[in-house]
Design a protein around this ligand. Structure first.
Ligand code: AMP
Length: 222
């Protein structure tokens, strides 16, 4: 099962794609996480990407596409993958189509997580994740069950992203509107696009996604 997750920053793509990763035994691929790892390692890619990420701008397609191409050929993607944060431009989508064709694979579904823009800044300002296992949380909508303790691994170490501040969020939303939204008509013409109401509570969002996935599974098994 090969899935693309679309939606604005802060829509909940990370939370939901990690859940699907466990449910389907397929790999979650977040190009944002990959870039943050490059920045942390102070690699050539990381040094080029950092200033753009801090400004809420997109990293050049060529860097992202080659990073993604090697990633989807790793063994953990053999059963499938969930793309979280990629593609973000029509050029990236075209490059993805080309590489999947060469690999004899295809996208089964695009999940479009829809959230009101007004809600995003607040959501993003409240989010943090476990430094050890990567589990995502939100001060308001998805708090820790026990103070300062990860629900999943018990770690007491948490991180907030440098680009989760109001100024950068405004640029990230502009990039989303101008560069990423045109992907919807692109995919509408090519593959099943399931629209998910991302404003609902997390459990309801999960239920909507599971329902959409069951439909896709029925179609792919036919
Ligand atoms: P994310 O974690 O998906 O919100 O991504 C964080 C930042 O990484 C973005 O604001 C971009 O600067 C960069 N980035 C992540 N994925 C992509 C992509 N597919 N294309 C271009 N830039 C990306």
């Amino acid at each position: 099962m090969n899935i693309i997750f679309l939606g604005p920053p802060g829509a909940g793509k990370g939370t939901q794609s990690k859940r699907l990763e466990a449910q389907y035994g397929i790999a979650q691929i977040s190009t944002g996480d990959m870039l943050r790892a490059e920045v942390k390692a102070d690699s050539a890619i990381g040094r080029e990407a950092k200033a753009l990420m801090d400004a809420g701008k997109l990293v050049p397609d060529a860097i992202i596409v080659s990073m993604l191409e090697s990633r989807i050929q790793k063994p953990d993607c053999a059963k499938g993958f969930i793309l979280d944060g990629f593609p973000r431009t029509v050029a990236q989508a075209e490059a993805l189509d080309g590489m999947l064709k060469r690999l004899g694979r295809k996208i089964d579904v695009v999940l479009m997580l829809q959230v009101d823009e007004d809600a995003l800044a607040e959501r993003i300002a409240g989010r943090f994740s476990c430094a050890k296992c990567g589990a995502s949380y939100n001060d308001v909508s998805n708090p820790l069950k026990v103070e300062n303790t990860c629900d999943h691994c018990g770690s007491h170490d948490f991180v907030r992203r440098a680009d989760d501040n109001r100024d950068t969020v405004a640029s990230r939303l502009t990039a989303y509107r101008n560069e990423t939204l045109p992907l919807l008509p692109y995919y509408e013409d090519r593959v099943t696009v399931a629209y998910i109401n991302g404003m609902a509570p997390i459990e309801e969002v999960s239920a909507q996604i599971d329902a959409a996935m069951s439909e896709v599974e029925q179609i792919t098994q036919k």
